[in-house]
Design a protein around this ligand. Structure first.
Ligand SMILES: Cc1cc2nc3c(=O)[nH]c(=O)nc-3n(C[C@H](O)[C@H](O)[C@H](O)COP(=O)(O)O)c2cc1C
Length: 190
């Protein structure tokens, strides 16, 4: 694997998603992979307009701050998609992003990129157990599979408080996530 895109759908720079991303990224970069990370909350972009323009020709008709990222995703080998759980689902920012990924497949539901990519999902939640977040993670992975992103790993950060409280990981937990990052980029087969 050469290039990984990390998409963070949390607005919180010190939350569970961002903290997990820091550890995973460190592991992936130590393994020699190029990592590009984007915070959806810092971008101005629209949701899918349902025009189906992407089914007639490649690419999303909407031109906004998501456009270069969708372009970059075409030649990425892996995607790490992270989100908080808000109201039993991914954040609004993450949902808009996933809908825009519909432009990566043609009218026959085949990825324009012509190759499958690896997917890791990272979910952060207040609940002490993953429970229904797993159902939501399954749903997203199913949609992502249709788009050509095959699930290779999933992370669940549980019991993370919202608000100003920063997510604190022990050294052992941080190292574990670093190792997951390394494994994600090293394992060649899906
Ligand atoms: C609007 C809102 C809705 C939330 N809904 C849920 C929920 O349904 N289940 C849950 O376990 N936690 C819920 N939480 C808590 C967040 O999932 C939790 O704080 C999570 O760590 C946020 O991710 P982050 O730390 O990466 O920002 C909610 C928080 C907010 C602000």
């Amino acid at each position: 694997m050469k290039k990984v895109i990390m998409i963070n759908g949390s607005p919180r720079p010190n939350g569970g998603t961002s903290t997990a991303f820091a550890a995973l990224r460190q592991g992936m970069e130590e393994a020699g992979v190029q990592v590009k990370e984007y915070q959806l909350n810092q971008l101005t972009f629209k949701g899918c307009q349902g025009c189906m323009g992407c089914k007639g020709s490649e690419g999303c008709v909407i031109k906004d701050e998501l456009t270069p990222i969708l372009e970059e995703l075409k030649d990425a080998d892996g995607l790490v998609l992270g989100s908080p759980i808000y109201m039993f689902a991914v954040s609004g920012q993450t949902s808009l992003f996933i809908n825009r990924l519909y432009s990566l497949i043609d009218g026959g539901y085949q990825p324009y990129a012509g190759k499958a990519r690896k997917l890791m999902t990272v979910y952060s939640m207040g609940s002490p157990s993953a429970g229904y977040a797993t159902t939501e993670q399954n749903r997203v992975c199913q949609a992502m599979d249709m788009l050509g992103f095959k699930e290779a790993d999933r992370i669940q950060m549980t019991g993370i408080f919202p608000g100003q409280i920063a997510c604190q990981l022990t050294e052992k937990e941080f190292t574990k996530l670093q190792e997951r990052g390394k494994k994600f980029v090293k394992k060649e087969s899906l």
